[in-house]
Design a protein around this ligand. Structure first.
Ligand code: PGA
Length: 249
């Protein structure tokens, strides 16, 4: 695990976008796993700038999103479908047919989650997986649990995640209670992982992920065993880490 600590959110977003861009330049037909949430927004803005300057192209890239709320219409302003189109896809040259976002309104979820998993496999697996991290150390919507979730599944969101997500909704009752999420196992299969975090509220999750026991109660802790993880965080998210364990940039 290589850990980069940046001054602030802006620098974190730039460093992450540079990492992402390098993958795309070296392998234009990369399969990228994408994340939603406040954390990667800045990185997506930086990627749009790079695309507009002609530095990168998504023309041959294929994307798979990590998760989506269940039973929220995709046109809803809070769906991850809307988020991804507004924050990235509408501004770059990715082909619509190469965009994959879990369908939170699928008719037969059991069949659908298997198909999503199979589609990732048949695309050749994920080359670069982008991750944020929850305050409870979830990745995607892999919430703390007794076991690590292996495959894409329908999951119940924990109260802490529902509370964290309520900032985007008019009332807490409107926050979806279930989501489709790629499993920790599906995430772990990615060849490269780029995890971002910003702010004091993530410091404990980051410390537990890096220095704690490998424990499904800390879903991100499994990443200690992955051989290609780059962590890009700001100094507030790094405040519990020993300075000798990271690179300050
Ligand atoms: P955030 O969410 O980027 O909005 O903090 C991250 C996550 O919950 O994975």
């Amino acid at each position: 695990m290589v850990i980069y600590v940046c001054d602030d959110y802006g620098k974190m977003s730039e460093v992450a976008a540079n990492q992402f861009a390098a993958h795309l330049i070296l392998k234009p037909n990369s399969v990228v796993g994408l994340a939603t949430g406040s954390t990667p927004e800045g990185m997506y803005s930086e990627l749009i700038k790079k695309y507009k300057k002609g530095e990168i192209s998504f023309e041959n890239a294929v994307s798979f999103n990590l998760d989506e709320y269940v039973d929220l219409p995709k046109e809803n302003e809070n769906s991850y479908y809307t988020f991804m189109h507004e924050k990235l896809f509408n501004h770059i040259d990715i082909k619509a047919e190469n965009i994959n976002i879990p369908d939170g309104n699928a008719k037969d979820f059991e069949k659908y989650v298997e198909e999503y998993e199979a589609k990732i496999e048949s695309a050749g697996g994920i080359d670069l997986q982008i991750l944020g991290i929850g305050q409870n150390a979830h990745i995607g919507f892999n919430e703390p649990d007794k076991v690590f979730l292996k495959k894409t599944s329908v999951v119940d969101l924990t109260q802490s995640t529902i509370d964290a997500n309520s900032r985007f909704f008019d009332s807490i009752d409107e926050v979806p209670k279930k989501a489709i999420s790629m499993g920790t196992g599906s995430i772990f299969k990615a060849k490269n992982i780029l995890l971002l975090a910003s702010g004091k509220s993530k410091a404990e999750a980051i410390n537990n992920m890096i220095n704690g026991e490998i424990d499904p109660q800390v879903p991100a802790s499994i990443l200690q065993l992955h051989s290609n993880v780059v962590v890009v965080i700001d100094k507030e998210a790094a405040e519990l880490l020993d300075e000798s364990t990271y690179i300050r940039i």
